[in-house]
Design a protein around this ligand. Structure first.
Ligand code: SAM
Length: 331
């Protein structure tokens, strides 16, 4: 990630949510505003690059003789991707739309994105019913919660935390769109690897005595483990007992060549980059969190996620094999 640039991944993820909202009839998570946050050029760029990737895969997966010198220089992500997509799926690709569709199904990235957002917002709505007054979105990117839920904004203060360049980019986009910023939405620019989240939150209307709900989606993979642990410790220190944090994480098998699923390899290369950093062992997560002041309440495995959101879904979506959702409570 370039230090002074807005996060590319924030737009990639918004594109996934937008794609699902626009093209899938049965919604797992309906972010009906995500599409409007992307410009026509961005949409064309994402669709075009996904389709080109699928065309390359179709060519290499077609059984045609490929000169070994070309195979040698084929990017590793394509080599993994070929293993991740069934030939029948590639055969069905006939145009840009079916190409993007094939890509969205095959990496598991879209499924991961919409299921973690669904899990989080379902839990948040329940928590608001139980008295939560503040929602802090860590690494918010192009999250649209505060704009999609005017009915909850009267009960909740919402804090979007992100690296300053990404947040500036988002705010600029909101201005261009002419979206009115809800009264109780606050932007808190923080780089979680180099700045103090607690201090920056204290400089905002955040009330450290008020029961709070934190989400941290699609971020832990990008950060050094120490920053992830520090952030979790900070959350436990700045929120009262009973406050909640939901985050998604990759298990360590994703970095083990002998154990990684093909779609896991592809996800690493296409979304996270080859140097993904932090992973947890689901079996010991509870022990990792305890000294930070957090008690693990729920730890959804890929098969739990599959059962909850994808079983019986008419789209060809499946839980990403190495992604887990954790819900922890401040002790
Ligand atoms: C994959 S996006 C996910 C965005 C959003 N949570 C979602 O699910 O749509 C990752 C987000 O984490 C943010 N991020 C990455 N590194 C960060 C850091 N060191 N401090 C704060 N935010 C960070 C990026 O700017 C980006 O918005």
């Amino acid at each position: 990630m370039k230090v002074n640039k807005a996060s590319f991944s924030a737009s990639v993820i918004a594109h996934c949510r937008a794609y699902h909202a626009v093209h899938d009839d049965q919604k797992i998570f309906d972010d009906f505003l995500a599409d409007r946050l992307l410009t026509e050029e961005e949409r064309a760029y994402f669709d075009g690059s996904l389709y080109r990737s699928i065309k390359v895969l179709k060519y290499f997966g077609s059984g045609k003789t490929v000169p070994s010198i070309i195979k040698l220089f084929l990017p590793r992500r394509f080599k993994h991707a070929i293993k991740a997509i069934a030939p029948e799926e590639l055969n069905q690709v006939s145009d840009s739309r079916s190409g993007v569709d094939c890509y969205m199904h095959a990496t598991g990235g879209l499924a991961l994105t919409v299921s973690r957002s669904r899990y989080t917002e379902d839990s948040l709505v329940k928590a608001v019913g139980e008295g939560v007054k503040q929602y802090v979105i860590l690494g918010a990117g192009l999250d649209t919660f505060a704009f999609r839920h005017p009915e909850l904004m009267g009960k909740l203060r919402v804090f979007e935390v992100d690296r300053p360049p990404t947040q500036a980019f988002k705010r600029q986009r909101l201005t261009e769109l002419g979206w009115e910023i809800p009264e109780q939405l606050y932007f808190v620019p923080v780089d979680l690897t180099g700045q103090r989240l607690d201090e920056e939150l204290k400089n905002s209307p955040y009330d450290s005595k008020s029961l709070s709900f934190f989400s941290w989606l699609g971020v832990t993979y990008y950060l050094p483990r120490e920053s992830v642990l520090n952030t979790l410790r900070t959350v436990a220190g700045i929120a009262p007992r009973g406050s909640t944090i939901i985050f998604d994480y990759l298990d360590a098998d994703v970095y083990d060549r002998a154990k990684v699923a093909p779609r896991g390899q592809w996800l690493l290369y296409s979304l996270v980059g080859a140097k993904g950093k932090c992973a947890f062992d689901p079996a010991t997560l509870s022990r990792d969190l305890a000294p930070l002041g957090l008690s693990l309440k729920e730890n959804l495995s890929p098969s739990d996620i599959e059962k909850l959101y994808f079983q019986g879904h008419p789209g060809n979506y499946h839980a990403q094999e190495h992604a887990h959702f954790a819900c922890a409570v401040v002790k």
